[in-house]
Design a protein around this ligand. Structure first.
Ligand SMILES: Cc1cc2nc3c(=O)[nH]c(=O)nc-3n(C[C@H](O)[C@H](O)[C@H](O)COP(=O)(O)OP(=O)(O)OC[C@H]3O[C@@H](n4cnc5c(N)ncnc54)[C@H](O)[C@@H]3O)c2cc1C
Length: 476
């Protein structure tokens, strides 16, 4: 019988802890009865590593652990709260959840032999990107020729999951996957004298391990039980996604990603195919609800208007931009601006909304546990960085564990896990601060701020070294 301590804060949490403790005591009493009658109780099954959460990051981690030569003999358990993954049908319509995947993440997929699977199905390289203001003429454009590789690749989330899950299923005999396995409680080494990390599922099953990895998303149970502080913000914005039909003519290959900063938040079109793009429209909660409820034709009109509408202008900003462009010898940003293809339809039932927020755990590790992906950090999707940061965590964690195992460290040893945390913080914090800063900067129509951000955007556009620096860090 496992004795698990559930640490939470606040009155609600205290009630929850009391109720869980009550249930655990009841189970303990029941177990005790069984023990007295049968004189034996089944020990919890033990694993080297348990991954809590089989989303994009958790499943990729399982595949990467299995692929690593030093860790390939470790016994791994992947626990996913949802039912079995139904797979990906390449002939089905495009899905509404897609991600802009950067070069580092693609390298990770290649290293675990998942990339061929994705490429052979469908993914769309982004060759150009245009980001522009609604309160001024400021804009920035990135082309793939500047970087000798694509800006990013747009891939459906379920296709990524299909590719990494296939690696786990077909090439990872040491990884056991359990679906409908929702973690209720976690115990960490040292609590109540427990030598190992412990996991109890809602259905009563229990497991122990050397290292428990929380890949269970922004509401991570593992993180809560680790007792780390969390800095979080609710942006009070929703991200509305949808699959759109485009009115492209001639030989337009639709390989441009478009993003316009509107006063209510950014709206982005990510290319899927020659005739379709994926929408991510971040806006206020009431507006997102309105957009969800609109008739398809009305929704399409609202979308086309969002990309073209003239918003109130500030004279001083326009003049400052003209002066800046004249200094750089440009005849004005308007001359370079392109407009996205017109949207002519929205796929049935493809509209959905997701709450947007910011979250960062003060620590990613403790004795016997570590966090990856959204369990450790969550950002606004405006820069397409969220899951890329998570895949970066996977690369660093697998490397750290392999080096540690080779040097004789225990998998859950904090002394060694801390190296993972340090490297991740150095990688994640600057990007998270930058993305949050952009969100804040573009959430106002206050003239001095509009002036500052417009000049910043236009300076970056006109000064290739800064532009390349930005782009390289976004591309990974
Ligand atoms: C609108 C939108 C657009 C985005 N676009 C991009 C983009 O273009 N590029 C990019 O890099 N990122 C993007 N992101 C961010 C990206 O989607 C997330 O960062 C990513 O999905 C996080 O993956 P994860 O596996 O860490 O967490 P999750 O996707 O939240 O997965 C967690 C998993 O854990 C399981 N789980 C949860 N609790 C338990 C439990 N108690 N027991 C067992 N299992 C549990 C869940 O069922 C789930 O499968 C976007 C996000 C949004 C909202």
């Amino acid at each position: 019988m496992l004795i698990l301590l559930c640490k939470n804060s606040g009155a609600a949490a205290a009630t929850q802890v009391r109720s869980i403790t009550k249930r655990l005591l009841a189970t303990a009493a029941a177990d005790k009865t069984t023990t007295t009658t049968t004189k034996s109780s089944p020990a919890a099954e033990h694993f080297d590593i348990i991954i809590g959460g089989g989303g994009l990051v958790g499943t990729t981690l399982a595949a990467a652990l299995a692929k690593n030569a030093t860790l390939a003999d470790k016994k791994v358990l992947l626990l996913e709260g949802a039912g079995p993954f139904k797979g990906f049908d390449v002939n089905a319509p495009y899905q509404n959840r897609v991600s802009a995947i950067n070069r580092n993440s693609i390298e990770l997929f290649k290293s675990i032999d998942a990339w061929q699977h994705i490429e052979a199905a469908r993914c769309k390289p982004v060759k150009q990107m245009q980001v522009w203001e609604s309160n001024s003429d400021a804009l920035i454009q990135f082309q793939h020729d500047n970087f000798a590789s694509d800006v990013a690749c747009i891939i459906e989330n379920d296709l990524i999951l299909d590719a990494v899950y296939a690696r786990v299923r077909d090439s990872a005999p040491n990884v056991k996957v359990l679906n409908q396995a929702r973690i209720e409680c976690v115990g960490l080494p040292g609590a109540a004298g427990a030598p190992h990390s412990q996991v109890k599922l809602q259905d009563g099953r229990s497991y122990t391990c050397e290292l428990l990895i929380g890949a269970d998303g922004a509401n991570s149970v593992v993180r809560k039980e680790m007792g780390v502080d969390v800095f979080s913000l609710n942006y009070e914005r929703m991200g509305l996604v949808a699959t759109l039909d485009l009115n492209t003519e001639g030989d337009c290959d639709n390989s441009v990603a478009w993003q316009r900063f509107l006063p209510s938040g950014p709206i982005a079109l990510l290319p899927l195919s020659d005739k379709q793009s994926s929408l991510v429209w971040s806006t206020t909660v009431p507006h997102a609800k309105q957009l969800l409820a609109m008739e398809p034709a009305q929704f399409v009109d609202a979308l086309n208007e969002a990309f073209c509408r003239q918003y109130p202008r500030v004279d001083v900003v326009d003049k400052a931009l003209q002066a800046l462009n004249a200094f750089f010898g440009n005849s004005g940003a308007q001359h370079q601006r392109q407009y996205p293809p017109r949207v002519c339809g929205v796929q049935e039932r493809s509209r959905a909304t997701f709450p947007l927020g910011f979250l960062h755990a003060s620590s990613y590790v403790c004795n016997g546990a570590a966090l990856v992906g959204d369990a450790a950090h969550r950002v606004h999707p405006l820069a397409g960085q969220g899951v890329n940061l998570g895949f970066g965590d996977v690369r660093i964690l697998v490397d750290t564990l392999a080096t540690g195992a080779y040097a004789g460290f225990k998998l859950g040893d904090t002394q060694h896990l801390i190296k993972y945390e340090r490297k991740c913080l150095a990688k994640n914090v600057p990007i998270m601060v930058g993305v949050h800063g952009l969100h804040t900067l573009y959430s106002t129509e206050f003239s001095p701020v509009v002036l500052m951000r417009s000049l910043g955007l236009q300076l970056t556009q006109n000064f290739p070294p800064i532009k390349n620096l930005f782009m390289k860090s976004a591309m990974g």
